[in-house]
Design a protein around this ligand. Structure first.
Ligand SMILES: *[C@@H]1O[C@H](CO)[C@@H](O)[C@H](O)[C@H]1NC(C)=O
Ligand SMILES: *[C@@H]1O[C@H](CO)[C@@H](O)[C@H](O)[C@H]1NC(C)=O
Length: 431
């Protein structure tokens, strides 16, 4: 039965790759195929600009089309098996919690939890937490996980509402395709709710205070960009959870590792699905790109969180770096020079000379690549733009590359890079 519902999607994928040369004219129809001209034609036919997660510009200005807070009606699918469409929406308010089921406040043993578990196809882990409280540093990791998962719930709730309501840019010609995607995103949205509750319940158990939701702006306005964004932020999460596990190991909290491993695999399954929808190979590289907690926390704050809207994200003992913009729009699988910019104003004014700074590229599980900053130019307002090499061929830099500007010129590990980072991350995706 599961196979049957997904089959239309896979069928269309195969079909799209056969007809990849034919431009898709129907606006709002996701093109499951080659990402070249085919998708471009589709994108060009859509009305608004594209804001990939790697490029800060458009997204920070707010969403093009606008989307109101899914209040009670916006989260209806998770309580009704995805069958009742939320009311239709317009406007440009950020996404706000709670959902109609009360999430993120969900009591143990409640009918609301049972409904989420039905949609998620499984239970919140029901074993006892580790007998001793985790190290403070690991509570930081649990807080970061909750902070990130709240964003993911916001994103997938909004995405599900957009698809369900046939919002412009999220429309399907084929009802079976739409239903297959609604089924998949309904499960994912509920699974992300359980990921959040698992982290926040652990924090509550150890009297470490659950993380409360912020307000969010996704900054995308069509299905193609939304899935591409989901794939990129999932890549960052996959790398970051590896960092979290490393801290658990270093701090002697082995009891927390297995649960995080289960989430890494789960998010990897999600990403294989997103990548298939985008016409990419399901598995991007032999070893996924390492990240650090600081990079995930910075990027979430820099790009999605409405400034000042978080009740207690200040309890997360991680830095938020300065923004690093990737100006090059379409990074190809080849050696090339990339353009970046950052703002050397205020607390960052001392960096306008770029002296002592390097561009660091983190890809897969390799030693961080350090590139000199070249052709730096400072504008009157303190904006520094510069170029740096992207040595794709030497390191076969497929998948996610995390780029940051750091102080120094030699780093053994991603943790060393995080310690020296001033601006970033910018996110580069090659296939
Ligand atoms: C949903 O659609 C609205 C209107 O285009 C847009 O502002 C918002 O970013 C979209 N959200 C997602 C997750 O696609
Ligand atoms: C970089 O900065 C210089 C000087 O401020 C400006 O002329 C140039 O257009 C900028 N380049 C990019 C790619 O923004």
């Amino acid at each position: 039965m599961h196979f049957q519902t997904i089959a239309p999607v896979l069928g269309s994928l195969a079909l799209a790759s056969l007809v990849a040369a034919v431009p898709v004219q129907k606006r709002g129809f996701i093109a499951y195929g080659d990402r070249g001209d085919h998708i471009k034609a589709w994108q060009d036919s859509s009305s608004s600009s594209v804001a990939p997660w790697g490029s800060q510009g458009t997204a920070s200005g707010g969403p093009g089309g606008g989307y109101p807070a899914p209040t009670a009606s916006g989260s209806a699918p998770q309580q009704t098996g995805g069958s009742a469409p939320p009311t239709s929406n317009s406007g440009d308010d950020p996404f706000k919690f709670p959902l109609s089921n009360g999430f993120p406040v969900i009591q143990a043993g409640s009918p609301q939890l049972n409904a989420i578990e039905d949609q998620a196809h499984g239970l919140l882990p029901n074993g006892p937490p580790p007998p001793t409280p985790p190290a403070d540093d690991d509570l930081t990791s649990l807080r970061l996980i909750a902070f990130n998962e709240l964003w993911e719930v916001a994103f997938f709730t909004e995405l599900l509402a957009n698809i369900t309501n046939n919002v412009a840019g999220y429309q399907f010609q084929d009802g079976a395709q739409k239903q297959a995607l609604v089924n998949a995103i309904t499960a994912i949205q509920a699974q992300e709710e359980l990921h959040t509750l698992n982290a926040n319940n652990a924090l509550a158990h150890f009297n470490a205070g659950p993380i409360q939701p912020c307000e969010y702006i996704a900054g995308v306005d069509n299905l193609q960009d939304a899935i591409s964004l989901a794939s990129t932020f999932t890549d960052v999460v996959l790398g970051t959870l590896g960092d979290v596990q490393t801290h658990f190991g270093q701090n002697g909290d082995a009891g927390l590792i297995r649960g995080v491993a289960a989430v890494i695999g789960q998010e990897g399954e999600q990403n294989g699905f997103y990548r298939s929808l985008l016409g990419e190979l399901p598995s991007q590289a032999p070893f996924l790109t390492a990240s650090a907690r600081e990079f995930a926390f910075s990027k979430l704050n820099q790009q999605f969180v409405v400034p000042g809207s978080c009740p207690n994200s200040n309890t997360i003992a991680l830095p938020v770096f300065g923004v690093l913009n990737l100006l090059t729009s379409d990074v190809k699988a080849q050696d090339q020079s990339l353009q970046f910019s950052f703002s050397a104003s205020g607390q960052y004014s001392k960096y306008s000379s770029t002296q002592g700074l390097s561009l660091v590229l983190i890809n897969q599980q390799n030693v961080p690549v350090v590139e000199p900053i070249t052709q730096a130019q400072v504008a009157k307002d303190g904006t520094v733009n510069f170029s740096a090499n992207f040595p794709f061929n030497e390191f076969k830099m497929h998948g996610l590359t995390i780029a940051v500007v750091a102080q120094g010129s030699s780093f053994a590990t991603v943790a060393d890079v995080a310690k020296a980072t001033v601006f970033g991350p910018a996110l580069i995706e090659v296939d």
